[in-house]
Unconditional design. Structure first.
Length: 514
């Protein structure tokens, strides 16, 4: 499912109305029907409902919903937040008056209702809010009454994850045809609550050139083994990293890679630490490399000699940040000619060096899996800005540096060298634990040995988030640990197969964005 910005949505509205000939009032009726259905689904017992309407199309959508609720036996009041109305909204208001729906002359007591419908500002609004609407939004938020927002919580921008004040804190948001960036990126998405996407007859094909999309089960390519396969055909992954006190990182990554389906997994660590790693792995193999407390630059020669027998290199977990580490990362970026994934201190060492020429010049683009802090070191940008503009900044870096970026956070964004962005909504706050990123690196590395890189990243990120959700179900939000995610990968595979089948066989006229 594509994810749009306000200008893109406005253009698709225009094409639908002016070039395809679908009247704007028809789109408004379809939008109202979608919101109406969600209100009945989410708040079936709400009898007394307030619709707070703006003067434009968003207000018109809200007034049309008021009519549908009124005809369904609800007690509905309409309050015009800006004291005026225009365009198609005025037609909706005329119909509402003809039906006897109450139009309030004065600002109501917001606490006296069972549900508030926020239809003040839509996706075309540019924050911040000024004037009397500021006070209205504050009273809506302080009323304690559940809120359904039409298209977007009033006061937010459609184009960013930034939270503007004041803005409505919605329990449910119903947006139209496509989600917008504010619906899927934190922290703004928290203001949206549960998000539904309603089909209003704008052709989805209009968005075929948009390069942003939400990862859903139908957008994933599931890997199927041949009946005549053998272990080396299923990918031999080489994981390199580790230093004193941090050998667990490569061990967790290796175990995750095995669970994710790698045919063979080898772990390269400083030779003085190899006995520790040997004691912690069973199915995986270990390779002692030059180094005592951390990898020596002499390890590069031995790693490159292993290239013929391995399909993918995952580098950086627990390797530490040091000048020799920078040299190791740079040389492997230059000389490793197969798929390569940089994680953790692999990324930090590259950022510390500050020159990304070796990254840009690779024939097979490397994969970088930074969290927001590591990405801040790479880009020299503020973490708040990165979080609020996660898709845009990830794509910018991926394009400029000829690489894939898996930018991890409350949402995970995959950006490609071609400028595509895939946003994963899977996962849980329980995954904010040490080692969870190491597990993801192992999962991605395993799939990169079996699939095209883009498809491997999409599948791996989704599986990892889904496995985290399952692990939380089995344990507790506070008790989940990284290895729990490894152990729930098999169930995540099974659940994904079911989700995909259900998704492909169900109508999406009203879709809950999960």
């Amino acid at each position: 499912m594509k994810v749009l910005k306000a200008s893109e949505m406005a253009e698709f509205d225009r094409i639908t109305i002016e070039e395809l000939g679908i009247p704007s009032l028809v789109l408004m009726e379809n939008a109202a029907r979608g919101v109406f259905e969600v209100v009945l689904r989410e708040f079936p017992r709400a009898k007394k409902i307030l619709v707070v309407a703006g003067k434009g199309n968003n207000g018109g959508d809200g007034i049309a919903v008021a009519r549908l609720l009124h005809l369904n036996g609800k007690k509905v009041d309409i309050f015009l937040a800006l004291g005026e109305i225009k365009g198609d909204a005025s037609k909706q208001l005329e119909i509402a008056k003809n039906l006897g729906i109450n139009l309030l002359e004065e600002k109501p007591d917001f606490r006296s209702y069972e549900l508030t419908l926020d239809a003040v500002f839509g996706t075309g609004f540019t924050p911040p809010v000024h004037g009397k609407v500021e006070k209205i939004i504050e009273e809506i938020n302080n009323s304690g009454v559940p809120v359904v927002s039409v298209d977007i919580p009033s006061g937010l921008s459609a184009d960013t994850g930034e939270v503007f004040e004041p803005s409505v804190r919605a329990d449910v948001t119903v947006t139209f045809q496509f989600p917008k960036l504010c619906h899927v990126l934190f922290p703004a998405s928290e203001r949206c609550g549960k998000v539904y996407v309603a089909d209003i007859s704008i052709p989805r094909g209009l968005a075929k050139e948009i390069k942003r999309e939400v990862l859903l089960p139908d957008s994933l390519k599931l890997y199927r083994r041949s009946r005549t396969t053998y272990k080396t055909r299923e990918g031999h992954l080489l994981i390199v990293g580790g230093s004193v006190g941090k050998t667990g990182a490569v061990v967790m990554s290796a175990k995750a890679a095995t669970r994710a389906g790698a045919g063979l997994v080898s772990v390269g660590v400083p030779k003085e630490l190899n006995p520790v790693v040997e004691s912690l792995i069973v199915e995986e193999m270990s390779i002692p490399l030059p180094g005592v407390e951390r990898l020596s630059y002499f390890a590069v020669k031995e790693i490159l000699e292993l290239q013929e027998r391995h399909d993918v290199l995952v580098l950086g977990m627990g390797m530490d940040r040091y000048e020799e580490g920078q040299d190791i990362v740079l040389k492997l970026l230059e000389k490793w000619e197969k798929p390569l994934l940089l994680d953790a201190d692999g990324i930090n060492n590259l950022a510390d060096y500050g020159d990304y020429s070796a990254l840009k010049n690779r024939n097979i683009p490397a994969v970088l899996t930074p969290h927001v802090g590591e990405f801040s070191r790479l880009t020299k940008r503020d973490t708040k800005f990165i979080t609020e503009n996660q898709a845009d900044v990830a794509v910018e870096f991926a394009r400029e540096n000829n690489c894939y970026v898996v930018l991890k956070g409350a949402r995970t964004v995959i950006a490609t060298p071609e400028g595509k962005a895939f946003i994963s909504l899977r996962g849980t706050p329980a995954m904010a634990k040490g080692g969870v990123g190491d597990v993801l690196a192992g999962v991605l590395g395993a799939l990169m040995g079996k699939m095209e890189i883009e498809e491997a990243l999409k599948l791996g990120v989704f599986l990892h988030g889904l496995a985290g959700e399952i692990a939380e179900e089995r344990t507790h939000t506070e008790s989940l640990k990284a290895l729990d995610i490894v152990e729930t990968l098999p169930e995540a595979y099974r659940r994904l197969e079911v989700l995909r089948e259900e998704f492909l066989n169900s109508p999406h006229t009203l879709f809950e964005l999960v």
